[in-house]
Design a protein around this ligand. Structure first.
Ligand SMILES: [Zn+2]
Length: 87
């Protein structure tokens, strides 16, 4: 019977550790989500131009055959001449 007290203490410690790890994981994942969203926004803003391959602010266009291209401002005239639709 004298070990019951020890077992209860051990269970409390284990329970506390599990809760602690869970809150740590929850914090980590929420931070990851924020970083991911930031990265996603950056990707939408800054991407490689399909024509000149420079990292730039990109506008996406769809061609008649279904391919999607991202072009920078400088290459927009090429897209317009190929009769593509902005996305
Ligand atoms: Zn370009």
């Amino acid at each position: 019977m004298k070990y019951i007290g020890l077992v209860i203490v051990a269970l409390l410690i284990i329970g506390g550790l599990i809760l602690w790890v869970r809150t740590l994981k929850a914090r980590k994942s929420s931070r990851n989500v924020i970083q991911f969203e930031k990265a996603k926004n950056n990707m939408q803003m800054m991407q490689k131009c399909t024509y000149c391959k420079k990292i730039n602010k990109i506008t996406f266009y769809a061609s008649a055959n279904g391919t999607v291209v991202g072009v920078c401002k400088a290459c927009k005239s090429k897209v317009n001449s190929e009769d593509m639709l902005p996305l």
